[in-house]
Design a protein around this ligand. Structure first.
Ligand code: MGD
Ligand code: MGD
Ligand code: SF4
Ligand code: MO
Length: 767
């Protein structure tokens, strides 16, 4: 398996260049018979521009879009199989309602009536907070915005959540607490300007392959490029690294502090930048308190490399080396789930920003602290539209009375409808559902029956038969481990069958057009939301006329107006512009604005030239963190805390979970392409040869993995990738024995409420 897999990666993924090669993957067709349409890949947050060949209702092939300004024709293996995935014969085509243990078909009208009746009944009997929406960073921006608008401003509940809580919440917490508002300031162009790359808890090679390919290309072109990796596994990115820091999982905060210590000790910090743009804070008695640069330096003394090494398991010399390379800027850091999916996720994000702020490695070409977004539309769709339980569109929060009033006015909601307190976060939402406190739940474009940690709780909550069982309605394109638990399943049109906007990691919003009809009776999610909203209006639980839209383009127009005057301002991104251009990066306040490569930078960010953030005293290229208090970003002195459940005598191994190149999450889409499935025919547990010997297992032996919450039985794959004492399981497989989320922990970061998927304690036994 090993050899063929490596060949597969080499041949089809990491550096797949655009072109007709992809036509082969989907069946060769004559180019002149088909129409090629530009759109965007529906998988990861890289947001690759693609072109799709289609004829009638058939997608024929997909290739990278050479004219795309950042991804320049590159795509990876998953994208190439999208045509096949969309045409999979198991697509859902009819609404289905539960009948005993099974389902029976039901007409759209009856299905939508049933859905509205169940929600209206719950709202009337138990109030607005007895219903909830659970959405997705893969839904279109308009869909998330519409659901958020309906639940918060129409029904009057903040129980609006989505899978970005499992994914990007800690990154949001990091950007907001350090810079005052969410989203990266840099962009992919910085890849070509950077001298040092710092990859932290990010298997960029398998999860953002086109970005990794560009890093490799930059390295090849310039030669003097440095790559530092911080990850307890020797994932494929390590093959390109100059230094690999491999901490005990969950114990890497001391490493980041120690790098800051070395940088300051060696005088490699930027005093001017700090004076102009940075303030220092700690938390005292639960409140933020200002401290001085000297206090910070003293705090870091506790993290001199020898001591950080004892805390983290990373050799002191490696930390020194990493700090020295980091200092050779411009430096671009990328991090993903190895950092976010932690009970210390926000703090870890703060520490990444600290390194950039103290060295002034920010808001300059090639210098930026960049959280890589996982899903294609977690940024544009959920973070920006404020579709989580504590936020509102475009940087607003439910706790702020002015923000609530602004949104109520714009939405035409009854004053006072939006609640001032956050709704239930994802983990608490599913617990409340299990206690029957939530009586009706709408799940859209996500598969929580497989993706939630400590999965027994969520599965029982959705599916366990009982008196008063909550009503669960699921919109999906395929049968899943969630649809099997639902009371009502609605067939959704998917990518290429509906139009709307995706916003990816670098603030670029990209339009995707319709190319074909959905199979059978499947309908775009937004149309289902419109119909549902109108039925709630006619049942009196949402004010009449509140949902004024008739099509998705009108929703976009309202969204533009909601962004006006905020740091997100994209008034200039009209539908017409997005249809023609290869995406635009906000801020983009006017129709003649080209968008913004680097935020917070004079000469690049139009908001520093016009509107209420304008500052004519700044020199070209100077930074101003206008979204932060006093316009200064905050370096936080955060405790170097470990994980919620480290290994102990009873559960002596650390389990980490994550991804492989060829599969996407719960596998509902990528498992449909045999070519992708073949790379790993079944789930596996990575264990290194030293640990495998201790345990007496060989590759292929089934291993029972048991935690305090549940168990899974998965074949060992002996390979020198995870560090000692750690095993790693990708969570893409849906069969009962491979459901690793029965084992994972639902402890979450108290700030971001993001659960610690990356670390829990387990026992291992040969099964
Ligand atoms: N092929 C593919 N690509 C994808 C996806 C997919 O499903 N498949 N999903 C997309 C989504 S939504 C996301 S969120 C991203 C995820 O992208 P990544 O975060 O890059 O992927 P993961 O495999 O979840 O985890 C990355 C690394 O975190 C490391 N890690 C574990 N514990 C620690 C720790 O304590 N400290 C540090 N520093 N690192 C640690 C793991 O060893 C692992 O190598 O990928 C996106 N791209
Ligand atoms: N153990 C473990 N668990 C994890 C993680 C981990 O690292 N380890 N990572 C977490 C992270 S980062 C994430 S982002 C989540 C992702 O978790 P999920 O969102 O649950 O996973 P997906 O498989 O992406 O689910 C998307 C669903 O939407 C359906 N779908 C596709 N297109 C459409 C459409 O247009 N409309 C509708 N209505 N449905 C559609 C798909 O068939 C699929 O069922 O998982 C989290 N869970
Ligand atoms: S790197 Fe991400 S966006 Fe680009 S083709 Fe691959 S999955 Fe799609
Ligand atoms: Mo994610």
């Amino acid at each position: 398996m090993e050899a063929s897999r490596r060949e597969f990666i080499k041949a089809s993924a990491v550096a797949t260049v655009a072109g007709v090669a992809c036509a082969k993957a989907a069946g060769r067709e004559q180019e002149d018979e088909v129409t090629w349409t530009k759109t965007v890949c529906r998988f990861c947050g890289t947001g690759c521009g693609v072109q799709v060949a289609h004829r009638g209702d058939r997608l024929v092939a997909l290739r990278g879009d050479m004219e795309h300004p950042t991804t320049k024709g590159l795509v990876c293996a998953k994208a190439l199989f999208l045509p096949k995935i969309v045409h999979s014969p198991d697509r859902l085509t009819t609404p289905m309602v539960r009948k005993g243990d099974g389902f029976e078909p039901i007409s759209w009208d009856s299905a939508l009536d049933l859905m509205a009746d169940k929600f209206a009944e719950a709202i009337r009997a138990h109030g607005p907070d007895s219903v909830a929406y659970y959405g997705s960073g893969q839904a279109l921006s308009e869909e998330s915005y519409m659901a958020n608008r309906l639940f918060k401003g129409g029904i009057g509940t903040n129980n609006v959540e989505g899978n970005p809580r499992l994914c990007m919440a800690s990154a949001v917490g990091g950007y907001v607490s350090t810079f005052g508002k969410d989203e990266p300031m840099g962009c992919y162009d910085d890849i070509w300007e950077a001298r040092t790359f710092f990859l932290v808890g990010s298997n960029t090679a398998e999860c953002h392959p086109v970005i990794f390919d560009q890093i490799l290309a930059a390295k090849q072109m310039k030669r003097n490029i440095n790559i530092i990796v911080l990850d307890p596994r020797r994932s494929p990115v390590v093959s390109a690294a100059h230094v690999h820091l491999n901490p005990i999982p969950g114990f890497d905060l001391p490493v980041l502090h120690s790098m800051a210590h070395c940088l300051i000790r060696d005088g490699k910090y930027d005093r001017d930048f700090i004076e102009k743009n940075v303030q220092f804070k700690t938390v005292q008695d639960g409140q933020p308190a200002s401290v001085s640069f000297e206090d910070y330096v003293k705090f870091l003394d506790d993290f001199e490399p020898q001591r950080a090494s004892r805390l983290s398991g990373v050799p002191a010399e490696a930390i020194e080396q990493a700090a020295a390379l980091f200092a050779m800027g411009p430096t671009m850091s990328f991090w993903t789930m190895g950092l976010n999916q932690r009970t210390t996720g926000v703090w870890a994000n703060n520490l990444m920003h600290n390194l950039h702020l103290i060295t002034g490695n920010i808001c300059k070409p090639g210098a930026t602290s960049f959280s890589l977004t996982g899903q294609p539309n977690a940024c544009g769709g959920v973070r920006d539209t404020g579709s989580l339980c504590h936020i509102l569109p475009y940087g607003r929060v439910v706790a702020n009375a002015d923000h609530r009033e602004q949104m109520e006015k714009l939405w035409g909601a009854k004053p006072g409808t939006i609640k001032p307190t956050p709704g239930l976060n994802t983990i608490e939402l599913f617990k409340a559902l299990g206690r029957d406190e939530i009586q009706a739940l709408l799940v859209l474009c996500t598969n929580p029956g497989q993706s939630i940690p400590n999965l027994h709780v969520a599965r029982d909550a959705m599916g366990k038969p009982r008196a008063n069982k909550p009503f669960v309605c699921v919109l999906d394109a395929y049968p899943t481990r969630t649809t099997e638990l639902a009371d009502l399943v609605l067939p959704a049109a998917m990518w290429s069958e509906k139009s709307g906007v995706f916003g990816m990691s670098e603030r670029r919003y990209q339009y995707q057009p319709v190319m074909k009809n959905a199979p059978g009776g499947a309908r775009p999610d937004i149309d289902i939301l419109f119909e549902f909203a109108r039925r709630l209006e006619s049942r009196g639980v949402v004010p009449k006329g509140y949902t004024k839209f008739t099509d998705v383009d009108e929703v976009w127009d309202e969204m533009r107006h909601a962004s006006e005057g905020t740091p997100y301002d994209f008034m200039g991104m009209t539908r017409d512009r997005l249809k023609v251009e290869r995406g635009l990066r906000w801020p983009c306040p006017t129709e003649d604005s080209p968008g913004t490569a680097r935020r917070f930078t004079k000469g690049e960010d139009p908001l520093l030239d016009t509107g209420h953030y304008a500052d004519h005293t700044l020199q070209q290229g100077e930074a101003k963190f206008y979204a932060a208090p006093d316009n200064k970003a905050i370096v936080w002195l955060r405790p170097a805390k470990g994980p919620a459940e480290p290994a102990d005598d009873e559960y002596p191994w650390v389990l980490s979970t994550g991804r492989v190149l060829e599969q996407w999450h719960t596998g509902t889409m990528t498992m449909k392409a045999e070519e992708l499935r073949r790379a790993y025919p079944a789930c596996f547990m990575e264990i290194n040869p030293r640990d495998a010997q201790k345990l007496g297992v060989r590759s292929g032996d089934p291993v029972r993995i048991t935690s305090r919450r549940g168990e899974a039985t998965i074949a060992a794959r002996v390979v020198d990738i995870p560090r000692d004492g750690m095993v790693f399981v990708p969570w893409h497989w849906a069969d009962e024995a491979s459901l690793i989320n029965y084992v994972t922990i639902d402890a979450y970061d108290p700030g971001s409420k993001q659960p610690e998927f990356k670390i829990c304690a387990v026992k291992l036994a040969k099964a």
